[in-house]
Design a protein around this ligand. Structure first.
Ligand code: AMP
Length: 315
């Protein structure tokens, strides 16, 4: 694995790797991350490598997607461990841009995310600058890396939809590929922020997949047209009873992210959750009807089937 510390290094690393010729028969794949890597990130890297693409992973904690007072400064970082994990996962190039590579002096252009997709859920709670910051940094990174495909986790489903729109509008030759959410044994979605949870908070956090699983279960016997308000209130109570502070639990159209208030099996619907535990904000999502429609995943997603969130263990 070549480690590229800036954009000049990256250009050289890509040229060297291409000359080497062993990889890249399937173009250049890009996995952007904010580091403090776990199996969720590494599954994206592994899948990209498995396609035979020359695979570039980047680590850059993007200040522009954090609001003042959010956890930019305390976001977990461990560059040496990230490098080791990416090497083991088979990444070909690790790109570590500096802030001056991504936002050179005088940088003054911002990309604005689709307000329909970006204005709800995390966009409503973190503010519009969050997804604008995401699409701006990705536009810069896509310009620096020039990938043929870019890989994103379904764990951040709203981000995946926002990025698909960005690519369709500004990077039409770029294929966006979604990878399934990787979970701990109790169902908690892996997240760099989980490292901040103390043992008691970690147990409490498993109420998030429990709430999702119980909502999936509650929906199963309901007839189309039934209101989802009751099951959603129950799920909110599950989170509160476990000591979490629920921010939202909503059911929305998987593709448009418009609210879905009553069950409609003709619409691929996802459950979205955000909740804090001990000041750490966690998010998750899953299909409402796990054995639902074949179009559960948007076009271009390459992961099979649908996802049932395992109920958390009761420790
Ligand atoms: P982050 O470092 O949090 O910006 O995440 C980098 C990429 O990894 C994003 O595309 C995330 O959606 C993806 N990712 C994060 N956690 C998971 C997970 N548990 N399973 C699958 N992908 C994930």
């Amino acid at each position: 694995m070549i480690v590229a510390h800036g954009s000049a290094d990256l250009r050289q690393a890509i040229a060297d790797a291409r000359r080497d010729g062993r990889n890249g028969r399937n173009g250049l794949a890009f996995v952007p991350t904010m580091g403090f890597l776990h199996e969720g990130h590494l599954s994206l890297v592994g899948s990209a490598v498995a396609t035979g693409s020359l695979t570039v992973a980047s680590v850059f904690v993007n200040p522009r997607q954090f609001r003042p007072g959010e956890d930019f400064d305390s976001y977990p970082r461990d560059a040496a461990r990230d490098e080791e994990l990416l090497r083991a996962a088979g990444a070909h190039i690790l790109f570590l841009p500096g802030e001056e590579d991504v936002y050179p002096p005088g940088f003054a252009t911002e990309v604005k995310a689709d307000p329909e997709l970006a204005g709800c859920l995390c966009g409503a709670s973190r503010g519009p600058q969050h997804f604008d910051g995401v699409v701006t940094v990705l536009s810069r990174l896509f310009a620096l890396v020039s990938p043929d495909s870019a890989w994103f986790g379904e764990k951040d489903w709203q981000q995946l939809m926002v990025v698909r729109r960005l690519a369709a509008d500004l990077f039409p030759d770029l294929t966006i590929i979604g990878g399934p959410t990787v979970r701990a044994a109790d169902g908690l979605a892996l997240s760099s922020r989980n490292s901040r949870l103390d043992p008691v908070e970690r147990i409490a956090a498993s109420a998030i997949p429990s709430a999702i699983a119980s909502l999936q279960l509650a929906a199963r016997p309901l007839a189309d047209g039934s209101s989802l308000a009751g099951p959603i209130s129950d799920a909110v109570r599950t989170l509160s009873a476990a000591g979490l502070e629920p921010e939202y639990i909503e059911t929305r159209d998987a593709a448009t992210l418009r609210p879905v208030e009553s069950l409609d099996r003709t619409v691929a619907t996802r459950i979205f959750v955000a909740a804090s535990v001990g000041g750490t904000r966690l998010i998750d999502n899953a299909p409402l009807t796990p054995h639902g429609l074949p179009d559960e995943r948007p076009a271009g997603a390459d992961t099979p089937g649908t996802e049932t969130v395992p109920a958390a263990t009761s420790t």
